[in-house]
Design a protein around this ligand. Structure first.
Ligand SMILES: Cc1cc2nc3c(=O)[nH]c(=O)nc-3n(C[C@H](O)[C@H](O)[C@H](O)COP(=O)(O)OP(=O)(O)OC[C@H]3O[C@@H](n4cnc5c(N)ncnc54)[C@H](O)[C@@H]3O)c2cc1C
Ligand code: FES
Length: 268
């Protein structure tokens, strides 16, 4: 039987500085890790510890995995010190990803904020790879400042693949010519059929993003949110990631709004 706690040794192949506090690490695992977009992995730095992250690359890229990481505390600080050639551990995939088949034939709105764009990049690359199955793909993305926008060089490629892209920043920098304001200001400039919406970002953005979607007519069962909780085992054994009646590591991290709408700690 496979030991779920045993990490797969992975080499750091590339490190890209996305913003002053976010880097993307391309890892080459010794054994192939097949994941569904939206699932997560536990990333181990030897002698420091492990933390959960969602791969930001396409699940169709088999031999490498990108993980985009914001420096937040102890483990992420150690990750940010990694260099090309260093060895780390990856455990997973874990949890429940996006139910892609439920999205077929529909208009897909992807709503992202900050480093929340990491799982959404994986999702967008998947949607692009399967684009004939979807009616329309839109991305609304918000960052604090233009400097904080992740994947800066990649939006043009996604646009070229037919994704409709709208971006905003909370504060401009004198050069920024786009929208200024929190990401929900972008709803003014798009006409939507309110079919499927997928949201990932900081808790405040998830909350107001979900409320806005409900206000404009999305059904609670068609809004998907990626939830974050502190984790330990990652496989539903320790209870660290309890969220209402769920364990985020096992029942999530992707939830429908209708599943989590009554959990006060999320919406208070
Ligand atoms: C399913 C899932 C997927 C995720 N995917 C991603 C992803 O793709 N990319 C990503 O960047 N993150 C992701 N995260 C979040 C990521 O796991 C956390 O940022 C990470 O675990 C933080 O670990 P850490 O040891 O660096 O921080 P910790 O040391 O645990 O610190 C975490 C928080 O505590 C605060 N803190 C730390 N030290 C102190 C202190 N001394 N005093 C006061 N406050 C302090 C930090 O500011 C931070 O907010 C995901 C989380 C989950 C659950
Ligand atoms: S992290 Fe142990 S139950 Fe979820």
């Amino acid at each position: 039987m496979v030991n779920p706690y045993k990490p797969i040794i992975s080499k750091v192949k590339r490190v890209v500085e996305e913003t002053p506090n976010i880097k993307t690490f391309t890892l080459a695992p010794e054994e192939r890790i097949e994941f569904k977009t939206g699932q997560f992995v536990q990333f181990t730095v030897r002698e420091v510890g492990e933390a959960p992250f969602t791969p930001s690359s396409s699940p169709f890229t088999r031999d490498e995995m990108d993980i985009t990481i914001m420096e937040a505390g102890r483990v992420t600080k150690a990750i940010h010190c990694l260099q090309e050639g260093d060895l780390v551990g990856i455990r997973g995939p874990l949890g429940r990803g996006y139910p892609l088949e439920e999205f077929y034939g529909k208009e897909i709105l992807v709503l992202g904020g900050g480093v929340g764009m990491a799982p959404l990049r994986s999702l967008l690359l998947t949607l692009i790879a399967l684009k004939s199955k979807f009616k329309r793909i839109l991305l609304l993305y918000g960052a604090k400042t233009p400097e904080d926008i992740v994947y800066k060089g990649q939006f043009a490629d996604w646009k070229g693949e037919g994704v409709e892209i709208h971006r905003s920043v909370d504060r401009g920098d004198g050069v920024w010519k786009g929208r200024i304001g929190v990401v929900t200001v972008l709803f003014d400039e798009v006409k939507l059929n309110n079919e499927v919406a997928i949201v990932c970002g900081p808790p405040i953005m998830m909350k107001f993003g979900a409320f806005k979607l409900l206000e404009i007519g999305y059904k609670p069962e068609n809004i998907y949110l990626s939830m974050e909780k502190n984790m330990s085992c990652g496989i539903g054994k320790c209870g660290h990631c309890a969220l209402g009646p769920y364990f985020v590591c096992k029942d999530g991290p992707v939830f429908k709004y209708s599943e989590i709408k009554d959990i006060e700690e999320i919406w208070d």
